[in-house]
Design a protein around this ligand. Structure first.
Ligand code: AMP
Ligand code: MN
Ligand code: MN
Ligand code: MN
Length: 277
């Protein structure tokens, strides 16, 4: 099964509209797709309709930004959610509501290091103040010619510890897991290999996640190297987690992996889609 259960559209920081993401996935041979925009479910009706039109299986999803520990951010992918569940809808709206003021603070910090007009510049890419993410800032900074690509903008200006980084309170892990469970969905830890957590901190987070009803982990992610795949396959076995597979595609030329073009799950793991379709 070519399942891709993690990707983005213009309804967060992706470059393609929801229907375009679905068409590209279908063209790449994806058989089961979840669209997982950051803290957003607004692209799902369009994506679902296009998937139905193409005869491709589709799961409603979202990627929820969660604050963890001492100013860390962890992403939790929600799969198979009822998008009319009020606490989920309202919770996500509240998380998005903080993005605009954070963007203004980021622009003020960037202004001090000579990158001017960044709020307006990022907003031009995001289209909607509630969706402004660091990716939109990165595109503007590339446009200004200060960096060759989005990745280097993060390395120089936007990653934690860099001048444009502003700490921000996202959802709590308790709230995020309650919204997902309440909406009948499955919670999955996104790209565990990307967090700057020590092994002990990661285990603490995974333990809490499981305690709160979290059931899955991305073993295959566009952001994972083969060593990470081995590590997180081991974690899935140890914790009894369902295994997920997602490209985390944002757009042509801007992502580690294209839709559906990631390795298969190790065969002994239970795929999260065994509970979704
Ligand atoms: P935000 O939710 O506004 O903090 O933005 C986070 C988004 O920035 C992620 O979802 C990625 O799309 C992107 N991102 C984070 N770190 C990097 C990086 N090192 N290189 C490229 N994109 C990144
Ligand atoms: Mn993103
Ligand atoms: Mn993420
Ligand atoms: Mn993502």
């Amino acid at each position: 099964m070519n399942a891709d259960l993690h990707c983005h559209s213009t309804v967060s920081d992706g470059l393609l509209a929801p229907a375009e993401v679905v068409r590209r996935a279908h063209g790449n041979g994806v058989e089961l797709l979840a669209l997982t925009d950051h803290d957003e479910i607004g692209g799902l009706p369009e994506a679902r309709a296009e998937a139905a039109h193409l005869g491709m299986q589709f799961v409603d999803g979202a990627e929820i930004s969660v604050s963890w520990g001492d100013d860390q951010t962890v992403h939790i992918v929600a799969l198979g959610i009822d998008t009319s569940h009020a606490p989920l809808v309202e919770g996500l709206a509240k998380v998005r509501g903080g993005r605009d003021s954070r963007a203004m603070s980021m622009a003020a910090e960037l202004d001090k290091v000579g990158i001017h007009g960044a709020y307006e510049g990022a907003l031009k890419y995001a289209g909607n103040p509630a969706l402004i993410s660091r990716s939109h800032f990165a595109r503007y900074i590339v446009e200004l010619g200060h960096a060759k690509d989005v990745k280097s903008v993060f390395d120089w200006w936007l990653a934690k510890g860099k001048p444009g980084y502003v700490s921000h309170p996202w959802a709590t892990i308790e709230d995020a897991l309650a919204w997902i469970s309440g909406a009948g969905g499955i919670a999955v830890v996104a790209h565990p290999g990307r967090y700057r957590l020590t092994k002990a901190e990661l285990r603490e987070m995974l333990g809490r996640f499981k305690e709160l009803g979290g059931r899955g982990i991305e073993v295959i992610s566009g952001a994972h190297n083969p060593e990470m795949v081995r590590d997180f396959a081991r974690v899935a076995r140890e914790y009894g987690f369902l295994a997920s597979r997602g490209s985390d595609f944002h757009g042509p030329g801007e992502s580690y992996s294209d839709l559906g073009k990631v390795p298969d799950l190790p065969e002994d793991l239970t795929p999260v889609w065994s509970e979704l379709i």
